[in-house]
Design a protein around this ligand. Sequence first.
Ligand code: ZN
Length: 89
Amino acid sequence: MGDKLNTVTMKCEIAVALVLEFLEGNLNPEVRRSLESHLAKCQPCSRLVATYKRTTQLCHRALLRQPPPELGDRLLRFLRERTLQNKGE
Ligand SMILES: [Zn+2]
C-alpha cells in the first residue's frame, strides 16, 4: 500500500539541492540517509550525482590552473554563505 510513495520520501527538488553538500560530506547522517535512499530509487538524480562529481573535479582542476577572478570571487562568496548557513544550523 503506497509503497512507491514511501520509498521515495524525498522529492527530486530537495535531492538536487542537497547533492553538492552530499558530495562534500556536509549533510547530517539523517538527511544523507534519506538522500541516499532517494538516489537508489531515482535514476535521474543518481545520474546527476555522477555528473556533479565529474564537473567538480573538472572545476577544481580548471581553477587550479587559471582562476578567473570573477568566477573565483563569486565562488568564494557562495562558499562563504554556505559555510555560514552550515554553522547556523
Ligand atoms: Zn530524484
